[in-house]
Ligand binder design. Sequence first.
Ligand SMILES: C[S@@+](CC[C@H](N)C(=O)[O-])C[C@H]1O[C@@H](n2cnc3c(N)ncnc32)[C@H](O)[C@@H]1O
Length: 270
Amino acid sequence: MEESQNIQQLKQQTQDQWNTTACGQVGDIEWSLDYFLSVEKNRYENYGDWMRGFYRYDDHQGVKLLEIGFGQGTDLIQYALGGADVTGVDLTENHYKLATENFKLRNLKAELHHRDAAVLPFPDNSFDKVVSFGVLHHTPDIQVCVDEIYRVLKPGGKLVLSLYHRNSLYYWTTLLLKEGIFKGKLFTLGFDGLKAIIETGADGKKLKPYVKLYTHQSMKKLVHQFPSVQIDIRHLYRKNIWIFGKILPDSAIKWLERRFGWYIIATCTK
Ligand SMILES: C[S@@+](CC[C@H](N)C(=O)[O-])C[C@H]1O[C@@H](n2cnc3c(N)ncnc32)[C@H](O)[C@@H]1O
């Protein structure tokens, strides 16, 4: 009983975070196509210039696809434009409303649900592909969610699960060393508070979303029921490696990115 209360409380903290600041929000929220296009531009040109190449959104003709945690709907729209028949679930009401408007303004169809991924409202073997970017590390019952994803995937279907990477340069240098030790936030906010400030707008006290980071080993354990799993690492900013970011050649940055980038991505086949 106590444990389930704690889970619900942590999930409430997640919702408080994104009901206050939308994920990837650019300036003040405007319910207009221009606003959603600026979120999209910022995402694929500034935040993650590797994302379009890695996820191949434009190559999903006829794929029945489910996104867990669609946020403002930016990635799900790319999959829809790439020909997928798209469905999504997200826990946060603000995101559900924003994504619904985003799809409406672009005249695209999607089946969107305001729901917790721990109980998916779909029959077994429903989807060809399930994707989730930067979502399930915010949920304390992550294994329940991954088991649900496994259930709703068709045999041979794919899960592409992107989580925060613990053995990343961002985690060890920017978060722990700079913010945690040099700026003292580890001592004022505690470890959970420090991890929470990874999210834009969170102060680690009033707004303190749950965050857990994953290694190769813990990711493999999480997706253990899938017979085939490939792990990739991506996302490294030059600014996160201080002076070295200014002097290292692109080849060295790429080498570092594939080992110590911020996202650990499991591509799993059922
Ligand atoms: C950092 S945002 C990422 C949103 C989007 N994927 C993106 O990259 O912009 C995390 C999202 O996960 C959602 N989320 C967290 N736990 C969830 C759960 N148990 N079920 C469904 N969605 C969840 C939150 O509501 C939020 O929209």
